[in-house]
Design a protein around this ligand. Structure first.
Ligand SMILES: NC(=O)c1ccc[n+]([C@@H]2O[C@H](COP(=O)([O-])OP(=O)(O)OC[C@H]3O[C@@H](n4cnc5c(N)ncnc54)[C@H](OP(=O)(O)O)[C@@H]3O)[C@@H](O)[C@H]2O)c1
Length: 227
């Protein structure tokens, strides 16, 4: 990833940080963008942190990507990681969850893609969208989240087709439950050793962003560990 510039949305979350760390270790320059604040403990000459950005807002997201280009000169990869999960049944549930999940998981990815495209066209770059395994099969209480992540798969498919002549590749990763502190505290009796780790997912994302995956676009990659 030497000389590549990788933008990570949701860059202050668990997976976003893991992708940022892995990309830096692989020699890339990295921009972490999202809610949250820059962390001075992470400072690095190849790292730009842009906090306080609502990635569902096009003007804010464009401004952030312009700042990345101004700092590093070009953008080669976009990892759309911003998102979140809420469990809620239909019966008795607040229907506002549907717009919340779509905004958080799908509109953020669509917005960052639209904002990054002028730069990715120049470099014939790549995008990886983080969906989730339930995008294929929702259980009770998962419908709003799963539907929004199914939307991420259709975004991936449509964008891959739209951009193939431009040489911009677009792929999706579908993680199962990730080994995060929040999941450990929410599911204390689970066998954590079966869960996929943030670093394992980060390596899969970096592969899809790299030139080694130059023939891969429109793909959906399940990353499940041993779960
Ligand atoms: N954790 C899992 O088991 C799991 C499994 C499958 C897929 N995934 C997906 O993997 C991705 C990362 O998950 P994670 O566990 O790393 O979650 P996380 O730690 O909560 O990180 C997600 C980050 O995205 C940010 N974000 C959400 N909406 C945003 C917006 N509109 N503008 C800017 N930033 C926004 C969040 O900021 P705030 O928290 O400040 O809003 C947070 O920093 C998500 O897309 C998630 O759906 C996770």
């Amino acid at each position: 990833m030497q000389d590549k510039v990788i933008v990570v949305t949701g860059g202050f979350g668990v997976l976003g940080r893991a992708v940022g760390d892995a990309a830096l270790a692989a020699g890339a320059s990295v921009a972490l963008i999202g809610h949250g604040e820059a962390n001075s403990a992470l400072e690095h000459d190849r790292l730009l942190q842009i906090g306080g950005v609502d990635l569902a807002d096009l003007a804010q997201t464009r401004q952030a990507l312009d700042a990345v280009s101004a700092r590093f000169g070009h953008i080669d990869g976009l990892a759309n990681i911003a998102g979140g999960f809420r469990w809620q049944t239909l019966e008795g549930g607040d229907l506002g969850i549907w717009t919340e999940m779509f905004r958080m998981n799908l509109l953020t990815a669509a917005t960052a893609t639209a904002a990054a495209l002028p730069y990715l066209r120049e470099t014939r770059g790549a995008i990886v969208n983080v969906a989730a395994a339930p995008a294929k099969n929702a259980k009770a209480g998962m419908a709003p989240y799963a539907a929004s992540k199914a939307g991420v798969l259709r975004l991936t498919e449509g964008a891959a087709d739209e951009l193939k002549e431009a040489g911009v590749r677009v792929n999706a990763i579908l993680p199962t439950i990730i080994d995060t502190p929040r999941n450990r505290s929410d599911m204390p009796k689970a066998d954590f050793s079966k869960w996929v780790t943030p670093d394992q997912i980060a390596q899969s994302i970096l592969f899809l962003l790299s030139d080694e995956a130059s023939g891969v676009t429109g793909a959906e990659l399940l990353v499940a560990g041993r779960s």
